[in-house]
Design a protein around this ligand. Structure first.
Ligand code: SF4
Length: 183
């Protein structure tokens, strides 16, 4: 009987100690892939703007650019309901603790977009002797995507969103405006 058992039990079902573990009924990797796609297509950005770049962020919510086509329509007023922080504008040293606090209040997995030159590096306010600006929000929190410009156009924000979706799922989902096609 023992010999029969050893014949049917595959090596990958055994731990190093020899105890038998049944293989998972659900393929976790496949489930994870589905969850990643679901999350990527329903990102909830935080309602959060710091300076002029936030005007461009507001524009993507309007009819012309319509970010809802790509699953990120629901801007949430609470970090606890958000999984995407778009840092749109100048990060002052006085504001820095609030930015970090908001990031820490977001549930994982969470993503950050640095929108505009100010959020990326301090932008036009970065000069010798300046004392009030954080020269790049990535000095405070991890950033997933950088969208340059002063300000970036709304299309740039949408490209940043596509990059985050690609980061989450491993592929680009929307046609490339330059090359055409969706790969
Ligand atoms: S990058 Fe330019 S447009 Fe954006 S917040 Fe800074 S100064 Fe304003």
């Amino acid at each position: 009987m023992a010999a029969q058992d050893s014949a049917v039990v595959k090596p990958e079902c055994l731990t190093a100690g020899g105890a038998r573990i049944d293989p998972p009924i659900i393929k976790v990797e496949a489930v994870q892939n589905i969850l990643d796609i679901c999350r990527a297509m329903s990102l909830w950005p935080m309602t959060f703007g710091l300076a002029c770049c936030a005007i461009e962020m507001m524009a993507v919510g309007m009819a012309r650019f319509d970010i809802s086509r790509f699953g990120a329509e629901v801007f949430r007023p609470s970090p606890r309901q958000s999984d995407l922080m778009i840092v749109a504008g100048t990060v002052t040293k006085k504001m820095a603790p609030a930015v970090v606090r908001l990031y820490e209040q977001m549930p994982a997995p969470k993503y950050v977009m640095a929108l505009g030159n100010c959020a990326i590096s301090g932008g036009p306010f970065r000069f010798k002797g300046q004392y009030g600006i954080v020269e790049g929000v990535d000095n405070l929190i991890p950033v997933d995507v950088y969208v340059p410009g002063c300000p970036p156009r709304p299309e740039g924000l949408l490209e940043g969103l596509f990059e985050i979706q690609k980061k989450m799922t491993g592929r680009r989902w929307w046609p490339n405006p330059v090359q055409g096609g969706g790969k």
